[in-house]
Design a protein. Structure first.
Length: 159
């Protein structure tokens, strides 16, 4: 159950699953959209995912329902703009995966809605599902980390 609520009028979209909000006390908070994982900015569909989230939150008051923070101290939240669940919209539009890492933090109705949304987006080949070789962001991040480690080793060996 998502017990806490935040309201924001100023929202900055970082990527397809992260926003930063400005609160009334001028404090900012990073919000990781609960239940989804969007393509990284450099991945195929990364920009489309970011743009889609911008459309959802632009020029409206935004409410965030949340329960906990992740290991990076970001709030794990459900972002609502004009009563539209922006997290769910990302999945429905084929621009994010239903991310099960924090599934226990997701209310059960949301777990079902997001799973169904991903299923139907896949069936319709929407967004990232139009590419049969789409790489999950968590795998892409791991590949990128491995590439960076190899580059670092090569640099050290060249010295």
């Amino acid at each position: 159950m998502l017990l806490n609520t935040l309201h924001a009028t100023k929202v900055k979209v970082i990527d397809g699953d992260t926003i930063e909000i400005l609160l009334k006390n001028s404090k900012s908070e990073k919000i990781r959209l609960l239940g989804i994982d969007a393509p990284e900015s450099k991945q195929p569909n990364g920009k489309a995912s970011t743009d889609n989230l911008k459309k959802c939150v632009s020029n409206v008051d935004v409410m965030i329902k949340w329960q906990e923070k992740d290991r990076y101290n970001r709030i794990l939240g459900k972002v609502l703009a004009n009563n539209i669940d922006c997290n769910l919209k990302q999945v429905e539009d084929g621009l994010a995966w239903h991310y099960k890492r924090y599934i226990k933090s997701q209310p059960q109705p949301d777990q079902l809605s997001y799973a169904n949304a991903e299923f139907f987006a896949r069936q319709a080949k929407k967004g990232l599902w139009s590419d049969p070789k789409a790489i999950e962001p968590w795998q892409w991040r791991q590949r990128d980390k491995t590439k960076q480690q190899i580059k670092q080793q090569i640099k050290q060996q060249a010295k």
